[in-house]
Design a protein around this ligand. Structure first.
Ligand SMILES: NC(=O)C1=CN([C@@H]2O[C@H](COP(=O)(O)OP(=O)(O)OC[C@H]3O[C@@H](n4cnc5c(N)ncnc54)[C@H](O)[C@@H]3O)[C@@H](O)[C@H]2O)C=CC1
Ligand SMILES: O=C(O)C1=N[C@H](C(=O)O)C[C@H](O)C1
Length: 233
C-alpha cells in the first residue's frame, strides 16, 4: 500500500519504520504547511502533525478523496466538521486520541470501572497523565477521552486541569523528559483506593495501531473509530 505521512516528527518517523516493515511504500513526508505533492498517489494518509494544522491536513486528504487516519490531538472542537465533510465527500476517516492496542483495552476497562463506581458515592475519581516535555497540548487527548467516558457514566459533568469544582474530574497533566505516555485513573475513598494505569514503553504501539488502522480503512468509505478496527468487545 502507498502511504502519505502528513506530519513527519517523532510519530511520523516511527510510523514510517513500522509501515516499511509491513511492506508499505511512503509517498509523502510532509513536515510543514508546504504543498501536498505526492498525496494524490496514496492509498491512505496518516496524519500526526500539530493541533493548528490538523483540520487543514484532514480537509485536504478528504478533498483529494484519500482515506485519512488522524492521531493529532488538541483540535477536537472541530471533529464534527471533519466527520461531516467526510460524509459529504463520501470519504473515509478515522480519528483516535490513542491508537495503541493497550490503551484501547484500557478505554474499555475505564468504562466498566466507571459504571461500577457510579454506584459507590464514597469514591472520588481523579486522573494523572504524564508525557514528554515537547507535548503541545494539555491534558492529553487520551485523558480527555477517558474523562468523557467517565462523565457519560457518572454524576461528573466536566473535567479540569486547574482547581476542580464539585462534579469536575481533576486531571493532573505532568510533563517529564522522555515519557512516551502514561495514564492513571484513581478512585479514592476514606478507607482505600482503586487505580488502573497504562504505561507506554515507546511510541511503537501508537504507530503500529495507526498503520493497522490505515490498512483497515484504505478500501472503506465512512467515519470510523478504533473500536471498529479492533473489534475488542
Ligand atoms: N493518537 C495517538 O495515538 C497519538 C497521538 N499523538 C499526537 O500526534 C501529534 C504529533 O506528535 P509527535 O509526532 O510526537 O509531534 P512532533 O512535534 O514530533 O511532530 C509534529 C510534526 O508536524 C510537523 N508539522 C507542522 N506543521 C505541519 C503541517 N502544516 N503539516 C504537516 N506537518 C506539520 C512538524 O514539523 C513536526 O515535525 C501530537 O498532536 C500528539 O499529541 C502522539 C502519539 C500518539
Ligand atoms: O503527544 C504525545 O506524545 C501523545 N499524545 C496522545 C495524547 O495526547 O493522548 C497519545 C499518547 O499519549 C502520546
Amino acid at each position: 500500500m502507498k502511504i502519505a505521512l502528513v506530519g513527519y516528527g517523532k510519530m511520523g518517523k516511527v510510523i514510517e519504520r513500522i509501515a516499511q516493515e509491513r511492506g508499505h511504500e511512503i509517498v509523502l513526508r510532509k513536515k510543514s504547511s508546504d504543498n501536498f505533492d505526492g498525496l494524490e498517489q496514496a492509498d491512505a494518509a496518516i496524519e500526526f502533525s500539530v493541533p493548528d494544522a490538523a483540520v487543514n491536513n484532514i480537509t485536504e486528504c478528504l478533498n483529494q478523496n484519500i482515506p485519512v487516519v488522524s492521531g493529532t490531538t488538541g483540535w477536537l472542537e472541530q471533529y464534527h466538521n471533519m466527520a461531516k465533510l467526510c460524509e459529504e465527500k463520501n470519504g473515509a476517516f478515522i480519528y483516535a486520541s490513542n491508537f495503541s492496542l493497550g490503551v484501547n483495552v484500557f478505554f474499555e476497562l475505564n468504562l466498566q470501572l466507571a459504571k461500577m463506581m457510579s454506584k459507590l458515592k464514597e469514591y472520588n475519581v481523579s486522573m494523572e497523565e504524564i508525557h514528554h516535555t515537547q507535548k503541545l497540548d494539555a491534558p492529553s487527548g487520551t485523558a480527555i477521552t477517558l474523562a468523557n467516558d467517565i462523565i457519560n457514566h457518572s454524576d461528573y459533568s466536566s473535567w479540569s486541569i486547574g482547581n476542580p469544582k464539585e462534579n469536575e474530574i481533576f486531571i493532573d497533566a505532568k510533563r517529564e523528559e522522555n515519557v512516551p505516555g502514561t495514564h492513571i485513573i484513581k478512585y479514592d475513598s476514606d478507607v482505600d483506593s482503586v487505580e488502573i494505569k497504562h504505561t507506554a514503553h515507546s511510541r511503537d504501539g501508537f504507530a503500529l495501531g495507526a498503520v493497522v488502522a490505515a490498512e483497515w480503512l484504505a478500501n472503506k468509505r465512512g467515519v470510523y473509530s478504533m473500536k471498529d478496527v479492533l473489534n475488542l468487545t
